[in-house]
Ligand binder design. Sequence first.
Ligand SMILES: [Zn+2]
Length: 453
Amino acid sequence: MVSLTFYGGVDEIGGNKVLLEDGDTKVFFDFGQSFTMGRDFFTGWLSPRGINGLGDYFEFGLLPKLKGLYAKEQLQFTDIPYVKPRFDAVFLSHAHFDHVSHIQFLDPEIPVYLGVGTKLFLEAMEKTSSFCSYGEHRYQTFRTGNEIRVGNIVVEPVHVDHSIPAAYGFLLHTSEGMIVYTGDLRAHGPRKDMTEEFAERASQSEPVAIVCEGTRMVEKEKRKNYSERQVEKLSEKVVSSTDKIVFVTRYSRDMDRFRSFYDVAKSNDRKIVVSPKTAHLLGRLVDDRRLDLPDPLKDEDILVYYKRKRSGCFDDKDYYVWERDFMDKDKMVTYKFVHENQSGLIMDLDFYQFAELIDIKPDSGSHFIHSMSEPFSEEDIEDQVMRNWLDHFNMKPPHQFHASGHMNRQEITDLIKYVNPKRIFPIHTENQKLFKKNFKNVQTTDYGRKYRL
Ligand SMILES: [Zn+2]
């Protein structure tokens, strides 16, 4: 018997936890945390206690109570007894939080399969963030073209284009036929050829089912979205028409976006200024030659910004060991350098680092590109605070240039038609009904219910 059970990503964006069973083989695809997990009980600094392991999560039903899945110490204060692993593997489609975060609770004996690039991402994130720990795992890396047998199932990862490098969809050979798992994907990014390749392979496999993401499966899209190429073109226009500094806020793991601004900087004889965190991440991703990213240690167009610490003298002892790699005098810049060289720079500046503007003192009329999703509502507090800062420093109102990591409604519909599966399981969406409206063979999913193939 082959079945699918959904323990996350049901009527929500992210948090995918898809269990595939084939006879006595049990494999999870993704093990993430949804963006809204636990929001009825936790907010701001009120969050689950690390010292209680899974206890605080089970209290509110935030993770499934399954035996043989979790690490011993995570179960210590719960009513679930520890038993040896009853699950054979977990496969991760890509390194976004909503697909990987909950692997921190897994039994370290359960192998975790992931792309070569995804492993580099996880390692960089653990190193550079004090809140981030994924726990110990037996990691096994894969690339497109590999076929991985786990019990009765063979998993074939195929690369897709998404807003993070090293993203994959999976073709799952089971005893009841092929199941396609899309992960997250888009058709308008710089590597749309990879998504096309995935779609083609999926279609050839004549699948009995598709588990399909539907982030942008909505009646009418409210937010402005461009293609990555358009984001680059619009940014080019801003940068080439000013001699002021241009600040950029983007998702820190979106390396396509990094590359867009890096290219814009180069074509305008500017240098790009990044944080030590971004420099560290780039330095790690260089190890995966296929990602073809610039080496922050060797590339003259990348500078690394060091925040002023209490001593004020930029002594290496004031910084974490991993931060010190770029403190050599050609690489490291401070607020003084940025202030004095404004016309020659594009600077990555995360919203939460806006206080640096107080030191940098940008010239009146400087530019800011908000290269992330637009806020959901007009009363968004962070959006208002961002605008107040820009006003305060006499900077122009933000330019809103963003390309989504996901297919839109039409593209999802086209993909499903092309793949032509016997059944459709919508996931990673708030709008299962819309799938149902568009297709006859949709199996809407309920949390924790087992669907036989
Ligand atoms: Zn994603």
